[in-house]
Design a protein around this ligand. Sequence first.
Ligand code: ATP
Ligand code: MG
Length: 309
Amino acid sequence: MPRGGPTGKGERMGKPNHNEQYATRYRIDDGAEFGLDDIDPGDTGGFDGGKKEAQELLQQDIERLSDLQEKLYAQDRWALLLIFQAMDAAGKDGAIKHVMSGVNPQGCEVYSFKAPSAEEMDHDFLWRTSRRVPERGRIGIFNRSYYEELLVVRVHRELLERQHLPPQLVTKHVWKERYRDINAFERYLAGNGVVVLKFFLHVSKGEQKKRFLERLDTPHKNWKFSMSDVREREHWDAYREAYGEMIRHTATKHAPWYVVPADNKWFTRLVVASAIIEALERLELAFPELDDEKRRELAEARTILERED
Ligand code: ATP
Ligand code: MG
């Protein structure tokens, strides 16, 4: 990804640029030393305004994103792939819905990856996701992704057995090999103009419990409740370990992880929006310049239209 120098867009509405500040604060682009304890799920990045101010800020971000997407689409060079991973009830769906609310649906596609089908399991583990990588000019969102192969499949080892891999290929190195393959895949994407940003919404165990209880207590949230979510919660520590190790191995310059505090939904959304804006601004997107022929064509079209009565 090219690094544009200072964009000069640092000051908006007379405030320091929160986009850059939040993007930098939660970005992990070298995982070697990372530990999940480094980031507090309740952190609000020193934001001292109220909820209303946060909403106004998010609204500005949504408008900024809408502008940037229009240029991304018109320029038709880069693609943006946003990957969301989290424990249940961390707010993936809400973050996607709010942050992308200003984006033109024509330039954006969301895919949710659930437990793989029989057909999907008959292929290599990157197959189903690689088919959904966004084309140039587009934004692709993965709600869960190939990273599940290092999370749920690792926590529930029996899922690996169901993948029909030749047994001699499944050794104790299987997870390391998957980190390696994913890093290579993401490097390949980056080299082809697909900007990959990965978000881990980091919620605390206490906040997850509160949200599950809310789903039980609020009739219009009942549909979101699933018994299997409560069962997965019993594996909290194993997931935590798997997430930590996954980030340590797959946080790279060309495909960074953003570990986003997720106990306050309003803050999660600000951080996600900031990271996307910051990454798009670095691309120095612009509407395509007209060449002389195109300019002549526009002048001719004007003449034709003006000739009509
Ligand atoms: P929500 O609950 O917010 O609607 P969700 O993403 O949790 O969204 P679910 O249908 O509840 O959707 O869960 C999808 C399930 O599919 C998760 O438990 C996830 O771990 C599982 N899954 C995703 N990818 C794989 C995979 N490669 N192998 C096995 N299980 C997977
Ligand atoms: Mg779920």
